[in-house]
Design a protein around this ligand. Sequence first.
Ligand SMILES: [Mn+2]
Length: 197
Amino acid sequence: MSRIGRVERTTKETSVLVEIDLDGTGRTDVSTGVGFYDHMLDQLGRHGLFDLTVKTDGDLHIDTHHTIEDTALALGAAFKQALGDKVGIYRFGNCTVPLDESLAQVTVDLSGRPYLVHSEPEGIAPMIGSYDTTMTRHILESFVAQAQIALHVHVPYGRNAHHIVECQFKALARALRYASERDPRAEGILPSTKGAL
Ligand SMILES: [Mn+2]
């Protein structure tokens, strides 16, 4: 049984296509027009071992906001679709990833309920190329809202903005991988006493 999500989302501001295969090999084909964001989505696929295609054509003549946000919304929707009925998965995942002087701690519950807790150092550089660093939280909020997961992301310390953002995406990738992987001891079992996730 394949676990693939495919979402096309078109508005007057953006046109987004996302395809994700949760049981992939980390092969990515990402193009949003925002170089650093492409780099982060490549991290997500590679370290999540998700095959990931992302094609976004957004209103970059305004700024990168809609392009980044709408891509995250479509990615969250595709991830939820790919998860399917969640039978036989681990459900919870966490990973701590350093990147030189920065550290990210990510914990996820594929709970069916959207909730984000996020903290990162104040006063980091506002831009990385055309990527506005205040968008990191907005990406996570958008992804969580559509994927319907509880996500806690903390960066207790770090200095370089590129490192601070990148370690979050790497840790997110690995935590999502652990949570969504099939648990060989739980075949046919839904990881909830409630009977629904
Ligand atoms: Mn917004």
